[in-house]
Structure formats: structure tokens, C-alpha cells
Design a protein around this ligand. Structure first.
Ligand code: ZN
Length: 406
């Protein structure tokens, strides 16, 4: 099995290539390796469904992770649980494939990877609910000794969970794990750019600085690979999960359902720039609700509605009756979310201008300067499996590794 290190640059998309420094870490990976600049994200374009698709090769319909959080209509946003744990994924992952082949996995803030029996070392992505202790929860959801080692060495780099400190911390822990443990598969999730975009907007100085910081983190991780005996042949793989677009108008769809007399029949879950509708009783008619919403589309900032049949074609998770997508500048709320005053977000559907994600591969025997045509996100995991020489038969995507090897 060939070793690999996956670095996820959350919220990086194809509009960002022009802000890359030619000498930066990502430019170098692209110049010396193979890139696909048009990896089409999943619906909805959210971090957890996308990261699960990136390591399973299956759409949310098959992974059963179709949102960051399960539908919790009666719980305010601060108290909502997320899909933190590996058990929420219904299909095998790359980590399972590595373990089956006798290899060892290391994950650092990789989504939906807590309590993962296939992860030899896990620094979990989980956050405390009100009243819970952050440290105890982190230890309980990951690998305690690995977490304590990272915290003792690099704890001073971070200020709580705020960025950019958290991503610097993640990169330092990852580089140390590569040097000391030489995992067969390492996966790290860097949230810096996503956080800057939510706070400051899609394009601005803060986003450009986050892109620059990610370059330095990629350099740090690549040095750990090239300087560690036994890791020299490892692949460095950069991926992303979605772009973002600016928002200025919030539409509360729970109020919309009330105003249209639909609130007894349907509940709503906001995905940011789209929303899911769930039938609350058997007599609820999605056709009637969709027709009513269609008649009031502009008033409620709805760009378009998706029937269940369309959602099936989009690989959308089951249980959703129908969905809608927001107009430009509109973000949906489902009522109980606290107002975060974000300037940009995601969660959109196919064809959106921020849908083109990154997949870049760097390492020995990898074609230099090659550009792959557009691919769906479900092609990434089988391609990584092909590059590593392991088997992931449950993946629904296509293995492009032959187009990447020299
Ligand atoms: Zn994300």
C-alpha cells in the first residue's frame, strides 16, 4: 500500500486560483502534480456530507450523511448535535479500506470520524454542547494519548477553537504524526478559510490571508513527508468541500410555512443556501406545498424547488420530501438558529458558481502539470484508493488513478 496524506482546505473553490501565490504550497503541488479544478460538490454543499463523500466515493443518498446535523426541529442551534461519529456513515470509508489492508490511519479534525474503530490516531472534530466539558468530550471522542501529546506540544498555538490558531494547531499535530508515526493514511481538515469567509465575506483580505496560511501549512506537511524516512513515497493530496457566496438577506422558512398554512404538514431544516422539507404527517402533500411555495417564490427568496424525484437524481439523502434553493444573497433560517450575522455561506445546489472544488495529487510517479476534466465528488475516494493500491468496492464513483500516474 502506498501511503497518502489528505489535506482538506475547507471552502477553497475555483475562483481562488487567481489569489494563489505562484510560489505557495498549493501552486507548487499543482505545478508538480495533477489537479482537477472542477470537482462538483454534493447537494447540499455542506462540510459534513462533502467530507463523507470524499472518503467513501458515495453520494449522501448512500452515506446517509445529508447534512451537518440530524433534523432537530425542537432544539435550538446551540443544543443541536452534529453527525460527529463514524457510526453515522452507512458505507465503508477509505479508512476502513486501509485498515483492512493492514494499514494505520491518522485523522485530525476530519469530519464524521469520531469514535472511529479504523482510526489508530484520532484528534476528533467535535464541540461541546452547553454544560459539557470541551476537554473531556474531546478525549472521549478521540484517541486520548494522541490528543494529550498534541495539546502538550502545541496547545499554546490555539486560542480555544478560533481561527487561524486552530488550523495552525491541526497542521502542527499532523506534521508531527507524519514524522513520528508514519501513518498509511493521514487526513486533516483545515477550517481557517471557511471561517474567514463566513465572518468577512467570500472575497477579501482575510480570505486571501487564509489561503496564504494554508500554503504554509501545506509546505509544513510536505516537508514532514519528504524529510521522514519511510514517508518519501507518500502522496500529498489536497481537496476541498465547497465554495461560498455572499449573503445579506435572511428568510425564516418556519415563518414561511406558517404564513402559507403548511406548518402542520411540514418541518424545515436550513442548509444555508438551500433547505430541506420533511413531512410531519402521512397526509402531508409535497405537491400542494411545492405549488404554494412556487406561487410565492420571489417573496420568500426561493430560486427553485426540487421534487423528491429531482433529489433522487442529485444523490440527496432519503427522508427529505422536497427541497428549495435560495436566490442570490439569500440565506434560509429554520427559526431556532441563533443569528450568527454571517456575511457568506454555502449549502447550495448543483450549477452554483461556488460548486467547483479542488482535488490535487503530488508525489513520485504522479504526472506533473496535468489538468483533469470535471468530475463528481464521489470519484475522489475511488481515485485515492486506486493511487494507494487498496480496494474500495463500495464506492459508486470512478477511479481516475490511471490518468494521474506517469
Ligand atoms: Zn466546509
Amino acid at each position: 500500500m502506498r501511503k497518502a496524506v489528505i489535506v482538506s482546505l475547507d471552502a477553497f473553490f475555483d475562483a481562488d486560483y487567481e489569489s494563489l501565490s505562484p510560489e505557495g504550497g498549493l501552486s507548487q503541488i499543482i505545478r508538480e502534480g495533477t489537479v482537477c479544478r472542477q470537482v462538483k460538490t454534493v447537494f447540499p454543499a455542506l462540510t459534513y456530507p462533502a467530507h463523507v463523500t470524499l472518503v467513501t466515493g458515495c453520494d449522501p443518498m448512500d452515506t446517509k450523511v445529508g447534512q451537518n446535523q440530524p433534523f432537530q426541529p425542537d432544539t435550538d442551534s446551540a443544543h443541536r448535535v452534529w453527525y460527529w461519529e463514524r457510526k453515522h456513515i452507512a458505507v465503508p470509508t477509505l479508512f476502513d479500506a486501509v485498515k483492512s489492508a493492514g494499514g494505520r490511519n491518522c485523522t485530525v479534525f476530519w469530519p464524521v470520524c469520531c469514535k472511529n474503530p479504523a482510526a489508530r490516531w484520532c484528534f476528533p472534530e467535535v464541540h461541546p454542547l452547553p454544560g459539557e466539558n470541551m476537554v473531556l468530550k474531546t478525549l472521549r471522542y478521540g484517541t486520548p494519548l494522541f490528543i494529550l501529546d498534541g495539546e502538550l506540544r502545541f496547545g499554546s498555538m490555539r486560542q480555544g477553537i478560533s481561527e487561524p490558531g486552530l488550523s495552525d494547531y491541526a497542521a502542527a499535530i499532523t506534521a508531527r504524526a507524519i514524522r513520528r508515526k508514519k501513518p498509511d493514511l493521514t487526513a486533516v481538515h483545515l477550517i481557517d478559510l471557511d471561517e474567514m469567509r463566513h465572518h468577512h465575506g467570500t472575497f477579501n483580505r482575510e480570505a486571501r490571508e487564509a489561503i496564504r496560511r494554508n500554503d504554509l501549512r501545506l509546505d509544513q506537511i510536505r516537508r514532514a513527508i519528504t524529510e521522514t524516512p519511510g514517508m518519501e513515497d507518500a502522496l500529498l493530496i489536497a481537496v476541498s468541500d465547497h465554495g461560498q457566496s455572499d449573503i445579506s438577506v435572511t428568510v425564516n422558512l418556519t415563518e414561511t410555512l406558517k404564513a402559507l398554512g403548511l406548518s402542520e404538514d411540514f418541518g424545515v431544516q436550513s442548509n444555508g443556501e438551500s433547505a430541506y422539507f420533511f413531512a410531519l404527517r402521512p397526509s402531508a402533500s409535497p405537491e400542494t406545498a411545492m405549488a404554494l411555495l412556487e406561487a410565492h417564490r420571489e417573496e420568500y427568496g426561493i430560486l427553485r424547488l426540487y421534487s423528491r424525484r429531482e433529489l433522487d437524481h442529485m444523490g440527496c439523502v432519503s427522508g427529505v420530501s422536497f427541497a428549495c434553493e435560495a436566490m442570490n444573497q439569500v440565506v434560509f433560517s429554520d427559526g431556532l438558529s441563533k443569528n450568527k450575522r454571517e456575511k457568506a455561506t454555502h449549502g447550495f445546489g448543483p450549477g452554483h458558481r461556488a460548486e467547483n472544488c479542488l482535488f490535487a495529487v503530488w508525489g513520485k510517479n504522479i504526472r506533473a502539470g496535468a489538468d483533469l476534466p470535471s468530475m463528481p465528488m464521489r470519484d475522489v475516494a475511488p481515485t485515492i484508493a486506486g493511487l494507494m493500491g487498496i480496494s474500495l468496492p463500495s464506492a459508486r464513483g470512478i477511479d481516475h488513478s490511471r490518468e494521474i500516474f506517469m
